[in-house]
Design a protein around this ligand. Structure first.
Ligand code: PHE
Length: 337
């Protein structure tokens, strides 16, 4: 029995077989156990002899079973380690990386430039009261200038804001007549336009406002020139042209020369060699008064620009719809911006 068991144990190829062998020889119904159980039938002389023998065998078998088990476990572990070896020289699996959307990138650039000039960044609601969007900005209900900004009305008094100027009104109100006010407000605006290469019913604006004692037109021009040079580079010329906005007087628009661009990059450039980049002006006294500021004491300037327009000019994008269609071929070109 001992010899047979030893041979079987040494020959076991895996842990499962070994477990079965342990049961077979040493288990409750095992062969050695049967011998020990049969001891009662033996004579008094035989009993101690056979008993000792059986116990010795049991101990031996237990020892070699344990040894074999350790050996098999070690072998199994080694096999697994060998199989799971990692080849660190294999090329990795590249994961697609997202990037900042060009409109977000331009907003951040504009914000950084103005923050550098001491401006704060403010935000306001996109669903706005008619009063903030128009009335407080010197555009009463029957004002013809309302036609310049065809609006999405929700009720008679509530609409999707057509410009970010209402944020400036809200900021003035919150400041309760105190100066200085130096803020810009980026955000989405909505107008009833048919979408095409240069129009979108939803687009993005950044407007700015400064109110203080003795704010002048020359400060406005200096601020805008400093901004534009940082945004577009020193190589461009800029000019101011008289214009009209109901909330500023006098009003003007700022143009940038696009003579130096040639070939593909500047298709957006007009025949004249100038392209409009923003509107601006001295805050109309009515606007200051409506927001609780004494227009005798304080003056201010305001400006507003379309973010899509700035991005199109800066990066030579010829269709505003590229910003909204999420074409990865377009977006990937802005990964380094
Ligand atoms: N809110 C104006 C617009 O959307 C832009 C602007 C702002 C013009 C401030 C002048 C001063 O047309």
């Amino acid at each position: 029995l001992k010899a047979e068991a030893e041979q079987a144990i040494q020959g076991a190829k895996d842990l499962e077989t070994l477990k079965q062998l342990r049961v077979k020889y040493l288990g409750k119904k095992g062969e050695l156990t049967a011998v020990l159980r049969g001891m009662g039938e033996l004579s008094a002389e035989e009993r101690p002899v056979i008993g000792k023998l059986a116990n010795d065998i049991r101990q031996t078998l237990e020892r070699i079973l344990d040894e074999k088990e350790t050996a098999l476990e070690k072998a199994a572990m080694e096999a697994r380690l060998k199989e799971e070896t990692i080849d660190v020289t294999l090329p990795g699996v590249p994961r697609p990386l997202g990037s900042i959307h060009p409109l977000t990138a331009v907003i951040q650039q504009v914000e950084n430039i103005f923050i550098g000039m001491g401006f704060e960044v403010a935000e306001g609601p996109e669903v706005e009261k008619d009063w903030y969007n128009f009335e407080a900005l010197n555009m009463p209900k029957d004002h013809p200038a309302r036609d310049m900004q065809d609006s999405f009305y929700i009720t008679r008094e509530i609409l999707l804001r057509t410009q970010t100027s209402p944020v400036q009104v809200r900021t003035l109100q919150a400041k309760e007549g105190k100066v200085p006010v130096r803020m810009i407000c980026p955000g989405k605006v909505y107008r009833r336009d048919d979408d095409d290469a240069t129009h979108s019913h939803q687009f993005t604006q950044i407007e700015g406002l400064v109110v203080d004692r003795g704010v002048s037109m020359s400060e406005l021009k200096g601020t805008l020139l400093a901004f534009a040079k940082q945004m577009f580079g020193e190589d461009h010329e800029f000019r101011f042209r008289p214009s009209y906005f109901p909330f500023t007087e006098p009003s003007m628009e700022m143009d940038m020369s696009c003579m130096i661009c040639g070939g593909e990059g500047c298709r957006i450039c007009k025949e004249t060699g100038w392209i409009e980049i923003l509107g601006a002006g001295m805050v109309h006294p009515n606007v200051l008064e409506k927001s609780g500021y004494n227009a005798e004491r304080y003056t201010g300037f305001a400006f507003g620009m379309g973010v899509e327009r700035i991005a199109m000019i800066k990066y030579g994008i010829d269709d505003i719809r590229h910003f909204y269609t999420n074409d990865l071929r377009v977006l990937r070109q802005f990964q380094s911006v």
